[in-house]
Design a binder for this molecule. Sequence first.
Ligand code: NG6
Ligand code: CA
Length: 497
Amino acid sequence: MKRRTFLKLAAASALAKTPSQRPNIVFLYADDVGYGDLSCYGAQRAHTPNIDRLAQHGLRFSDAHCTAATCTPSRYSLLTGEYAFRKKGARVLPGDAPALIQPGRETLPSMLKRSSYRTAAIGKWHLGLGDGNLDWNSDIKPGPLEIGFDECFIIPATGDRVPCVYVENHRVANLDPKDPLKVDYQGPLDDSPTGKTHPELLKMKPSHGHDMTIVNGISRIGYMSGGRAALWNDETMADTLANRAVSFIERNANQPFFLYFATHDIHVPRSPNARFNDSTVMGPRGNSIAELDWTLGKVIESLQKQNLLDNTLIIMSSDNGGVVDDGYQDQAVEKLGSHRPNGPLRGGKYSIFEGGTRIPFIVHWPTRVKPGVSSALISQVDLLHSLAELTSTKIAPGGAPDSQNVLPALLGESQKGRQFLIEQASGLALRDGNWKFIAPNHDAAFDKNTNTELGNDPQPQLYDLASDIGETRNIAAQHPEKVTEMLATLKTIAETR
Ligand code: NG6
Ligand code: CA
């Protein structure tokens, strides 16, 4: 190595080691938590003291977004820095879907890994595993380890989809080879009772769908057989995942780490631990919010114990908006009372209205980020570029095409985030500052199962969110020139990268 290059490298690494440049990074990804579900976002019937404290000592965003109104596409965007509508097949995946993110792609963990971060994925995955013919009894790959995570302990898909087992690195955890695990989404693998044939066996009944293999008295989506020793326990899931997160933090206390911690809470089936039974008056949905808050508390406690809290950048967010009845009779509707999962926003999970993608987003980093509230328009797709900027890491050529550097907004140094943002549900919408344009869409306008206003309309919709955050007045007819302009912008962004 030439001397000059060496000196340059030495200088770069000295710089890189200054504490403010290389914080530990914890991304706590809650599932289905809506804009109005946390007390720091106005909830009255749910109390989230740990999350509130994070917001009180950190930066709380009022206009932050996941890229889509469901899980898989949002997570895809967060990890790749690419809008999910560009990726064929990036929709809610079955539990036996192949890996959606191909090894070799630039990802958030691979970028941080190049910067010597130790990386882990713990919790919900839902981005597919294997290359199409997965044998759950042998090595499960490609998966998180092939796209930049050093270790993982994951729920393969969702809590309500088979297989109901954890995968640790390349293997199903606790699998007994004498009881092989099989998964099928086409039909039953044996004559075991299902939710459909034996509803009397269920402790939580479905309200729609979810009537296939029964695990722990809860029928799921999809069929599985075998793997009995490996089955998870829904009621200790939050504890199991929190323990894994704490262990990762403890083991890596002496070097920068990136923890992608994706909770099962508050997705269905909502089966929080019995110790949260009286946490709220809203039944399992409310009590799952309490369990989520407890989980964050465990992470904070561990960081404090390791003396790492001051130099850890914690981001807490959600993968899509809130939903009440998402397929089980869990009293969520009956006990909701005055609680508004999506606060003042219209729609929710699955919807192209703001309730679909505008979600809680809190940034906490005591040595760098001043407490406050930010109205900057930012998206989870921007984290890859922004954290590359923060850690002075180069993004691989062609990587993260839709990710913008919003670091100044993320750190509270600027109130300006992006100008434009595409929101995705069954169709697309465009934000241009406070303007919101929803492209004409002939899909159903309402989902009876979940009681959701999906926001689809064959006519163009235009809203001014500055005066109408609830998207109640379609002013497209009054502003034809704005409609034309925004449709053109949406097309340009969607068709180019
Ligand atoms: C839907 C499921 C819903 C939930 C969702 C994915 C039915 C009827 N509904 O298809 O319960 O699992 O998919 O949620 O099966 S997400 O948060 O992972 O996107
Ligand atoms: Ca979700």
